[in-house]
Design a protein around this ligand. Sequence first.
Ligand code: NAI
Length: 273
Amino acid sequence: MSNNLLAGKVGIISGALNDKSIAWKVAQKAHEQGARIVLTNAPLAMRMGEIKTLAAEIDAPIIPADATSVEELDKLFTEAQGHFGGKIDFLLHSIGMSANIRKGKSYGDLDYKFFQQTLDVSALSLHKMLAVAEKQDAFNEWGSVVALSYIAAQRAFLDYTDMAQAKAVLESIARSYGQRLGHQRKVRVNTVSQSPTKTTAGTGIAGFNAFYEYAQKMSPLGNAPAESCADYCISLFSDLTRYVTMQNLMHDGGFSTTGISQEMADLMEKAGE
Ligand code: NAI
């Protein structure tokens, strides 16, 4: 159902790989709410081709850009503004990748080249996007930027390895850049810390099912699905949240503030018998 929350707004959405991607749902919902969109992803992801289905569905051009390349991001922001015929109202950063996780490296045995790549792809890319946007003066006043994060930025989770550091850096960049862009353009920058979600990036983590089921049992509302994460992002792009900035916003069904749930307590009770 559309309330035209984003009527007249234009934005860039990164990270839609397939119909499981959180970014895919955000793009569909932003379109439904009246926004015009430019889609972007790494050239490699583009070759898989599924993004073209989404582009056709929501009538959005795709501008490939490796989010670690300032040059390609510069082209992305220039071409997106050319397409819209003006500045940008919202940006979704939905990018994460760790070769250490992909190759099953343990935290004590990380490859440092991969570690640097993890930080570059998953965190510094937000800084690069915002620095390019700032230099091009690409945002309209009261614009909104959302980047997706995970609670491993604050708490230790087995097997999330170097992505935990990447998310901590990502959230810190959102605060620092939020301060800067707030002063300059009244643009807000937030991170949304999402429940474990069954996507390509999510299920690529060893032990993901355990993460998922544990969070499901602990959260009073259960794990937040990708569709609901997209709804939350839409609210943050809309004018209803103009003064929310520099926050890490938990979208986790109550997981982060739960000590123990009845379901977990019952399981532990049985284990102790
Ligand atoms: P996904 O695998 O669908 O999306 C990740 C995207 O990052 C892909 O589209 C991929 O092509 C893109 N990407 C990777 N390297 C890139 C590069 N160099 N340049 C541009 N794009 C690049 O998975 P998902 O889950 O939708 O991930 C989106 C975001 O949500 C990520 O930041 C992830 O860490 C975050 N997140 C995911 C959770 C989960 O359990 N799935 C939980 C909390 C946060």
